[in-house]
Design a protein around this ligand. Structure first.
Ligand code: FAD
Length: 324
């Protein structure tokens, strides 16, 4: 059975986030040959982004431009996307399992009285239905789910499903839909950026994370240097955040961000279950810890037993030599 699928695109600083392209790739499986429509909401100037969604696999795109969509609010975006769903009547809606995806899709699924499968890490054809795999119990197990009835809302975990290759020769219609957005009870007055400039943690291919073993704010300096030579981002355990060595926006784990980079280097992190819940699906895990019994070594692909302040500078030197 083919399905018409709507992708809700997401931007940051005026640029489409990678997870939008990954959502289009996921939609290929969900659509089973049906039409794939990109949707982008914002204040103005969205046509180039709508075209980019077509280059990455959408058949056509829709833009909704409105002054009340300048910054994300649940109410404003739910009204805008809701109108598009009413008009287009897609059989499935896919977006990233990001802060915005986690906020918007349950609201819309409730409004359309239908199901939502969140945090999908894999999807495959299964007869008339699509079989979705998602983690449960903080990543200790995976369940497979199908939805057999009604519109299907899906959020996909960033960095799990590969985007299709960009093809700038792909063409498709870009249409604007006018929506009326009523009074919003939420008014954004200011946005304070907490995360450091550079690679976004949730989409980073390489993460160098520090724990209580880093011992101080300054102790994070070599981790930033290692992340820089690897083109990655810096993350942290809650232990490091609680000790005020870094900002909570870096926290990875059950109550922090869930990440799935190609390479995760855990430095001075013991490997508590709550930390593993946020990073155990990383493709390659390296643990650096001076305690050979540390739990991080139970899930690490490579373990280095040693003092991180001696190991990391040596790694940086080696990597710089390989890169020359
Ligand atoms: P520690 O457990 O103290 O480990 C420090 C490690 O550093 C040790 O293994 C030590 O051997 C090593 N070390 C010390 N010095 C060096 C050195 N010089 N070189 C190399 N290694 C060194 N934690 C999270 O991370 N994320 C979460 O989202 C999260 N959510 C939680 C939710 C709940 C409800 C609860 C109860 C807890 C949560 N925690 C979370 C906390 C978690 O249980 C651990 O306390 C925390 O992860 C420990 O952080 P850590 O590994 O940095 O510190």
């Amino acid at each position: 059975m083919s399905r018409k699928v709507l992708i809700i695109g997401e931007t940051r600083d005026g640029v489409l986030r990678n997870v939008t392209f990954e959502a289009i790739a996921a939609a290929k499986t969900v659509s089973n040959g049906g039409e794939i429509i990109g949707l982008i909401c914002g204040e103005s100037g969205l046509n180039p982004l709508a075209e980019q969604m077509i280059h990455f696999g959408a058949d056509r795109s829709i833009v909704v431009e409105h002054s009340k969509l300048e910054t994300y609010t649940s109410e404003g975006f739910a009204q805008a996307v809701g109108r598009v769903i009413e008009q287009e009547k897609p059989e499935a809606i896919v977006m990233g399992h990001t802060a915005i995806g986690k906020d918007l899709t349950p609201k819309l699924a409730a409004r359309f009285e239908t199901g939502l499968i969140s945090d999908v890490t894999e999807l495959e054809e299964g007869g008339d239905n699509v079989v979705f795999t998602r983690p449960i119990y903080s990543g200790k197990a995976f369940e497979k789910k199908i939805i057999t009835d009604g519109i299907l809302f899906v959020t996909i975990r960033p960095n799990n499903i590969s985007a299709l290759d960009k093809d700038t020769s792909r063409t498709g219609d870009v249409t604007a839909i006018d929506v009326e957005i009523g009074d919003l009870r939420t008014v954004i007055t200011d946005i304070i950026k907490k995360t450091a400039d550079g690679v976004d943690l949730s989409e980073a291919k390489v993460i160098v994370a520090g724990g209580r073993g880093v011992k101080s704010k300054e102790g994070f300096d070599p981790l930033y240097e290692l992340a820089e030579v690897l083109g990655g981002a810096v993350g942290a355990s809650r232990g490091a955040c609680d000790a005020d060595y870094c900002d909570y926006s870096l926290q990875i784990g059950q109550t922090g961000k869930v990440v799935t980079p190609d390479l995760y280097i855990a430095c001075g992190i013991s490997g508590a279950i709550q930390h593993l819940a946020g990073m155990s699906n990383s493709k390659v895990i390296v643990g650096i810890n001076k305690d050979p019994e540390a739990n991080i070594f139970n899930i690490a692909d490579y373990g280095i037993v040693g003092d991180l302040f001696e190991v990391i500078p040596q790694l940086i030197e080696e990597i710089k030599q390989v890169k020359v």
